[in-house]
Design a protein around this ligand. Structure first.
Ligand code: BDR
Ligand code: CA
Length: 329
């Protein structure tokens, strides 16, 4: 019997978030308990609208609450990524009016409500800034032991994409990331180190489009726009598809290689603000994992995350293709 992972997808759509939503909505090994949305790639108003559009387009989210959460980072001023995702946050495809409306609950309240009512079997899957998860942890600390694990897209132990040091999701709310990385729950970090290795080439896009469903068409329309901005900004011939790595790993953990590390978030440096400092070589090893949860300077004493260090890109694309093949209309 296949065990289904129950997940809350916390996102800021975003082209790659949208692909993550489409995969999570349809795959039978995942139970999508909710989609919560934060500001990130664009303002909350826009990312929430995009989430509704994509959830509606999936045709699989009629019973999945979609709730808007935090509109601003915890401490820093807001940054968005319009140069990558366009003015709407999801430029490219044209959507009709969404069939789904926003859940009246605040996204942070919904995360708390679902976790508190759970048996500790919910995996949080953040693919945007960690503002909602951090706010939920601060608002209701009793949720921490209820979180089965956090499987997030964010960070890098190599080069950043928004500064030389930092990756966008962590840079957009480093203080929130600090709260999450010190919450004491298992963390799987899918950083740029692996997500940059999965590039949506013209062949990949054509293969998915050939499936013929409206969701496959949506995938290719989104990727065509995304390819243009990624090429302009970074010079890639094919755009890296960051966020769906989280969902692909939940479907088939064999596609990613993980390494245990101590990960800390840089909060004080001007040059490295928002960097995930990853102890790849284990310099800081030792000690049992202990967290001082009383103050902002809580630091993990030992490894606190499983960090992705490699990905089988062909296997990733097969997972994505097979998942989109589950859409029949
Ligand atoms: C991350 O930043 C966003 O622009 C993407 O949606 C992804 O979550 C990659 O750094
Ligand atoms: Ca994202």
């Amino acid at each position: 019997m296949t065990v289904r992972s129950k997940i809350i997808l916390d996102c800021d759509p975003g082209h790659d978030d949208a692909v993550a939503i489409l995969m999570a909505a349809v795959h039978p090994s995942l139970e999508l308990a909710a989609i919560t949305v934060s500001a990130g790639n664009q303002t909350l108003e826009k990312t929430a609208r995009n989430a509704l559009n994509v959830a509606s387009a999936s045709g699989r989210c009629a019973n999945v609450p979609v709730a808007a959460g935090m509109s601003r980072p915890i401490v820093r001023e807001q940054v968005t990524a319009g140069e990558i995702h366009g003015a709407s946050g999801l430029d490219g495809p044209v959507f009709g009016p969404p069939e789904i409306s926003l859940d009246p609950r605040h996204g942070v309240d919904l995360i708390i409500e679902l976790l508190m009512a759970s048996d500790g079997d919910i995996t949080l899957v953040p693919t945007g800034p960690l503002t909602n998860v951090a706010a939920a942890l601060r608002r209701e600390p009793r949720i921490a032991p209820k979180i089965e694990r956090v499987v997030l897209m964010g960070g890098t132990y190599q080069l950043g994409n928004v500064t030389p040091s930092a990756e966008f999701n962590i840079y957009a709310d480093p203080e929130a990331a600090h709260i999450v990385f010190t919450c004491g729950r298992p963390i799987v970090m899918m950083g740029l180190d692996v997500t940059r290795k999965v590039r949506a080439s013209a062949d990949v896009i054509a293969r998915v489009r050939s499936l013929g469903s409206s969701q496959a068409a949506l995938f290719s329309e989104m990727m065509e726009f995304f390819a243009g901005t990624q090429k302009e900004l970074y010079g890639w011939d094919s755009p890296p598809l960051h966020d769906p790595v989280t969902v692909a790993w939940l479907i088939d953990p064999g596609c990613v290689t993980l390494k245990e590390m101590k990960v800390e978030i840089e909060l004080k440096s001007e040059l490295c603000y928002g960097r995930t400092s990853c102890d790849f070589f284990g310099h800081c090893k030792g000690g049992r994992l202990t967290f001082d949860t009383s103050g902002a300077l809580a630091r993990p004493a030992g490894p606190n995350a499983q960090v992705a260090v490699d990905i089988d890109a062909d296997r990733f694309w097969d997972i994505l293709y097979d998942t989109f093949a589950l859409y029949t209309k």
